[in-house]
Write a protein that binds this ligand. Sequence first.
Ligand code: SAM
Length: 124
Amino acid sequence: PRVSDIMNRQVISITEDEEIRVAAKRLLKDETNHLPVLDGNGALVGIITTYDVSKAVVNDGRLKQVKDIMTRKVIKTTPDEPVDIAAQKLEQNNISALPVVDATNRVVGILSAIDLGKLFGGRR
Ligand code: SAM
């Protein structure tokens, strides 16, 4: 199977100029742990997770915007990538989700470890 077979197409994202607390609210409201970060043109420029928000609170309350704390070197995948390659990226980088981008760096989905788990049929 390919990434497009199991990715989640309902992507909840945020823009880099938003305040960190808006990101925190969105993470809580939508019960997700990852928000792809977009620039003003809708291109993927980073990723922010519950981990990053928590760390920002602990380390330095002065940081205000998503772009101050997001991870800029995003590890990503594409719809046509085989899922086993995507799974390796998750494991090798100790992360739990990959934004899925098209050729113009637009986010078309998100692939999480949970989606991969569904492939193996088991509920746990
Ligand atoms: N294992 C935990 C997890 O999955 O979130 C914590 C470790 S993980 C290395 C946490 C860091 O990974 C966060 O700073 C987050 O921004 C970053 N991260 C998560 N997904 C990412 C991705 N697809 N590409 C790059 N960095 C990512």
